[in-house]
Design a protein around this ligand. Sequence first.
Ligand SMILES: [Zn+2]
Length: 422
Amino acid sequence: MRLTFAALLLGAGLTPVIATASQPNGPWLNEQQHVSLEGFMSNAQLYEQLAGVARRSGGVLSLEQTGTSGEGRPIWLARLGKPDNPAVMIITQQHGNEPHGTEAALDLIRKLASGGSFSEQVLANLQVLFIPRVNPDGTALATRGNVDFSTPQTTASCLRADGSLDPSKLDQGLGANVTAYTTEDGPRQWSYDINRYHWPDWSQSTQVLCNPGLADQAHFNPSQNPVPEALAVRSAYDRYQPMWMVDVHNQNPAVVLDDADPQANRPGRQVTASIAWPTNAEVAQDAVDLSKQMALVMKKRSMQIGHMEISNYYYQRPDGSIRRGGGEPGIARNAYALLASESLAKGAEGPLGGSILMEITGLNSRGQKSIGMLRNNVREMLEALLVASADGSLLTQDPAEADHLLRPGQEVDEPLPNPHDE
Ligand SMILES: [Zn+2]
């Protein structure tokens, strides 16, 4: 399959760079796969850890509840640094079955809260915000989506390819971007994929626009986004106006293709993480550039560390079409850059609108050794980003370099067996 795809790409005059294992809407587990979250923190354990660090931090770390999940669980925001410093924000585990980012975030919170030169340098210049588990309900069930099982059961949309509304598809309950959950013996159920519901303006979401006749129903009310976990992130964003955000996920295994540019990646190696910047066409160039600068700092750090291979997560298919989901305004990576773009257009002072998706390879990783390695990889890159933001070197990166070192474009799907099973 790899050769076939590569041949197709070369035949079209394109150069495949990196293989990532994915399915439409991003690499994710299919519903038949059951992820064990054994070895990862439960909701109670995460809270205990955060509260313990806050108690011992002498006021450096404060916790605030930034929202409440559909099942009534608190969604916590961890805040470090002076309130008048520029804010930056890291969110993890929008998808309940993608736990590594939360573990890394907690490591980083501990390190920032415990003093030392790294902490002093960062917190003297920044206010660092974490939402270290956007989706506590999905975590409790080890599932991707939230657990609102009254979600409309379809993934279709009423939009034509050119973005206009198709009247024949209106009012059918379409537009919901959902994820499936199946128990061992129960029926398949559907719930919201939180990372499709960060719409800057909910009344302009496809869910609302596609269903004007259903506006009086809970899921289609133009004045109320039905996904409380997305609203919790939005609430934090609006309060703190961070200059950048990183949204951490997990992806399936992938390898670097044989003909990758050796300056950017080493052929044959496992991809350890993938990065993407905003790809919605309405995002301001300044916001895209800041996001590319963020990506470059993380990529360059990974090249120093040596055992990491970071690729671009976002790609076009060989026929030139964009992978579904890539530019959707409801995806956090796009949504918060769009909000910042509005602020910039109104005269807000930058830097603003940096927004990065980070996909850690290791969806199926189990065992302390691999979990430890993965969380260290994430933490190393986030630390580098914090230092570069604190000392200003972030803004000296040449955004154009990202198009070389993290070339978006002609990647190829290539699911691999779980390396940890071999
Ligand atoms: Zn995810």
